[in-house]
Design a protein around this ligand. Structure first.
Ligand code: GLN
Length: 484
């Protein structure tokens, strides 16, 4: 039933009483039963909790109260986001059994908008990965082809939406973890401007890059979600105190005359022919509808992967120091405190997380700090300036979101470098702190979805929604046959 709705339509129906939140909840539970065993999109979903929320929403309406803008909308939550009293593991064994004593700010805001939270979505451990294969709880499968990955790290959130277990989800994006899985699963994914959405209650990976953002079945739905979760929060010192909103109305704005920059560095080696062709065809279509296409240069793009893997690992090594067996989750018995830390961290962290802690500790160590960390920070500034310069001449930038369609499970699992390169087009916007979105633009020759990435200047999310709505109307979004 819910698969027939867009987010905004379902919310109107629940607000008007044409559909009850309880009916939605029953359908969500049935879809979880039918699909989650195969897909492993949700790590934790509690039917009792889902039904209780639905009842509270229906009771509120029965009392004559006006329901919020996400009334009854099923939203899956990446397991890196704290939900009060409900399992939150960040995909790691080290947090098994952890139930946060508070809700993240984004969760309080979803609840206030009467959303129906459907459970916690699978992810690469601590959001480190691009395939969800680094989860300590098994990989998530792509509903378009179960032998393929959905991308990552927010793969569970993307698949919950692609399979319509939920109509929306929250993910987090540090270097592409919302946009890349959105592209590989045929869903919409938005990484807001750094600071736009509160990180309070998000389990930190790399704090200067992490941003929470929405996944949705359609652009308007993603805009509505962003309106609910965005905005200043005194609990997050990096949260921006600036006006928000207008995202949904931006979906109806005209695109004529908008200037779209096409960065030559994003159409280079490594881009699959099929993806390149589909993205160019979409851009040509936008041109016919009145947009102006301009070739641009983002010359420091080739340094983005190296820069990111110095900064992100440095921050991760510091953030993950708190998982020591004392305050949260797993604890291994040992003779001394030092041994307890070691035994807990050895048993609790997976290979990729250990690799990153080692790398991050190395780049921060005395003697190497200037050679790696300081240089990476300087390069980050140059990458940001590339965007500043480009946005003097264009309103948005467009590119493929990922170089290929969904790759096979296991294909890159033992080759970290090739995995790191799957984020080549998403990392620069993260380093620059600017907003970006992935919208489905085509189905490739292999039958798998392809995403177009749109990048805007800081705080100009509205432009993303305007252009993406035009793309969406031109290329009707598809939905995988196996879960219909
Ligand atoms: N794939 C990138 C990484 O492994 C980005 C992950 C993310 O955005 N959380 O770090």
């Amino acid at each position: 039933m819910i698969e027939a709705f867009h987010i905004t339509d379902l919310a109107s129906k629940v607000q008007s009483g044409a559909l009850s939140a309880t009916e939605v909840a029953r359908d969500v539970i049935a879809r979880i039963d039918r699909h989650n065993g195969r897909l492993n999109a949700l790590l934790h979903a509690d039917p009792v909790r889902i039904l209780a929320q639905a009842k509270a929403i229906d009771d509120k309406r029965a009392r004559g109260e006006v329901l919020g803008t996400l009334a009854g909308v099923p939203v899956a939550i990446k397991d890196a986001i704290c939900t009060k009293g409900e399992s939150t593991t960040s995909g790691s064994k080290i947090l098994s059994g952890y139930e946060p004593p508070y809700d993240a700010t984004v969760i309080s805001r979803l609840r206030a908008a009467d959303a129906l939270l459907t459970g916690k979505a699978n992810m690469d451990e601590f959001a480190m990965g691009s395939s969800t294969e680094n989860s300590a709880y098994g990989a998530t499968k792509n509903p378009w082809d179960n032998t393929r990955t959905p991308g990552g790290s927010s793969g569970g959130s993307a698949v919950a939406v692609a399979s319509r277990i939920a109509l929306a989800a929250l993910g987090s994006d540090t270097g592409g973890s919302i946009r890349q899985p959105a592209s590989l699963t045929g869903t919409v994914g938005v990484k807001p401007t750094y600071g736009r959405v509160s990180r309070y209650g998000l389990i930190a990976f790399a704090s200067s890059l992490d941003q929470i953002g929405p996944f949705a079945t359609d652009i308007r739905g993603s805009a509505r979600l962003l309106e609910v979760i965005a905005g200043h929060d005194a609990h997050d010192a990096t949260s921006l105190n600036v006006p928000i909103g207008g995202y949904e109305s931006a979906c109806d704005a005209a695109i004529k005359g908008l200037r779209i920059g096409i960065p030559e560095e994003y159409f280079a080696d490594g881009l699959s022919d099929d993806v390149g062709r589909s993205v160019r065809a979409t851009l040509a279509r936008l041109e016919r509808e009145g947009c102006v296409l301009r070739p641009i240069k983002l010359p420091h793009t080739r340094f983005a992967v190296a820069t990111y893997y110095v900064i992100a690992t440095a921050e991760a090594s510091s953030n993950l120091a708190r998982f020591d067996g004392v305050r949260y989750g797993l604890r291994k018995a040992a003779q001394s405190l030092g041994e307890m830390y070691g035994a807990t961290r050895d048993a609790g962290f997976g290979r990729e997380v250990k690799r990153r802690i080692l790398l991050g500790t190395f780049v921060l160590s005395a003697g190497y700090y200037e050679a790696y960390y300081l240089r990476a920070q300087k390069m980050r500034t140059l990458i940001r300036r590339d965007f500043d310069a480009a946005f003097k001449d264009v309103d948005v930038i467009a590119s493929p979101t990922a170089p290929t369609t969904a790759f096979k499970l296991g294909e890159k699992a033992n080759d970290p470098l090739s995995m790191y390169l799957s984020d080549i087009y998403t990392l620069p916007a993260s380093l620059a702190g600017v907003p970006a979105l992935s919208v489905p633009c085509a189905i490739g020759q292999d039958g798998l979805p392809i995403g177009l990435q749109i990048i805007a200047p800081a705080l100009q999310e509205s432009r993303l929604f305007t252009i993406a709505s035009a793309v969406e109307s031109a290329c009707a979004p598809a939905f995988p046959a196996e879960v219909q």
